[in-house]
Design a binder for this molecule. Structure first.
Ligand SMILES: [Zn+2]
Ligand SMILES: [Zn+2]
Length: 378
């Protein structure tokens, strides 16, 4: 499986937007065409058959398909087998899901060694923007299966190696003739494992794994972005028959901040300004993502929408001592709930305006509109 893999959609000859029944149909047609029983001894057909099976495995499963759409083959690179659909107990299903479990039931090919590497697991961690800024070390409790201590993961009571299943001769699948077709299905004697344990270990009932919750310390570096993956090698599901464990991937999500908006290394925020400050000038204090306050000098005549740039006051940058910038956008607030006296003052102010060119923008705008109206007359 080290060869370069073909795109799963191409393998099935379908569009990326294909609906589930289109996938099913394409798979069925191709599976019939390349089935080994129809192409005995044809290595190319066998390769193709494997490929379409693999593609179908992923694309017919909504979760795997979306993982594939997002990460491509990388989503399954380390994908191990393991018991499919085991889940991790109801309370955890929302934050903890088996990511690539049971990927490719035919892993290793027929009759191959079934020392399966443990599945990779995914853990979703949400952190605040402030934590993303300064980095955080956090303990997480992960429900996990580990190699059974009583049998060292072998699954048998006396430490005897599992024997090859006599029903399927180790293939994990059995074939049955049905009309013109040979139907292949999972071996009922060994559940597809290809081997059976005579004397099952009482602690793990022969599965070789036991459940345990473990605490892991996760270090989230400063400057992480939404969707950053942190890999904890070997912290995934335990392997079968002494095979290595899978990896645990921490997927970082950053909670929306109520004041700041982050775009890469930069931080954006909107600061409302009283119209008097905007007109006369003054100073305002704004919070910054590092928890300190920054002072901004507002020049007289500041307009709504004007952006002040605070260099180096933005987000921390991953693996760097640099910081991005902070952009503060002025939002001039029109006063409401005026007292009688305030209204009088503003009326008086308005009376003073006359030809003072207090509002060049408005004047310019109405001049343009006037031209427009003139044009329409022609
Ligand atoms: Zn055991
Ligand atoms: Zn069997």
């Amino acid at each position: 499986m080290a060869t370069t893999k073909q795109d799963y959609y191409k393998a099935l000859g379908i569009e990326r937007t294909a609906k589930p029944d289109e996938i099913k149909k394409a798979y069925r047609t191709l599976a019939k065409q390349y089935h080994p029983d129809r192409n005995p001894g044809d290595a190319e057909a066998e390769r193709k058959f494997k490929e379409i099976n693999e593609a179908n495995d992923v694309l017919s499963d909504e979760q795997k398909r979306s993982a594939y759409d997002r990460f491509g083959h990388a989503a399954f690179e380390q994908g191990g087998g393991g018991q499919g659909g085991e889940g991790f107990g109801s309370g955890f299903s929302d934050i903890f899901e088996e990511m690539f479990g049971d990927f490719m039931g035919a892993r290793g090919g027929r009759g191959g060694q079934r020392a399966a590497r443990g599945a990779d697991l995914r853990y979703n961690m949400q952190i605040s923007l402030a934590d993303a800024f300064k980095g955080i070390k956090q303990n997480i409790r992960v429900p996990n299966s580990i190699a059974c201590a009583a049998c060292s993961g072998i699954g048998s009571k006396n430490g005897a190696a599992p024997e090859t299943c006599t029903t399927c001769h180790g293939h994990g699948k059995v074939r049955a003739q049905q009309g013109f077709f040979t139907i292949e299905r999972t071996c009922p004697s060994c559940g597809g494992q290809g081997r059976v344990i005579k004397d099952a270990c009482p602690k793990c009932s022969g599965s070789g794994r036991t459940r345990q919750e473990k605490t892991l310390s996760v270090t989230v570096p400063p400057g992480v972005e939404e969707g950053t993956r942190i890999r904890l090698a070997g912290e995934g599901e335990a392997g079968l028959n002494g095979a290595p464990a899978g990896d645990l991937y921490i997927f970082i999500a950053i909670a929306q901040h109520n004041v700041f908006h982050r775009d890469g290394a930069n931080i954006y925020c909107k600061v409302p300004l009283p119209f008097t400050t905007a007109a006369l000038g003054g100073q305002v204090e704004v919070p910054s993502v590092d928890g300190s306050r920054a002072r901004i000098t507002i020049p007289a005549g500041t307009q709504s929408g004007h952006q002040f740039r605070l260099k180096g006051k933005g987000m921390s940058i991953l693996r760097s001592k640099e910081r991005g910038d902070m952009f503060v956008q002025a939002a001039i607030e029109t006063p409401v709930n005026l007292t009688k006296r305030q209204k009088e003052l503003l009326a008086e102010f308005d009376g003073e305006s006359g030809n003072a060119k207090n509002n060049p923008e408005s004047e310019g705008f109405f001049a343009k509109v006037k031209d427009l109206w003139e044009d329409l007359k022609d």
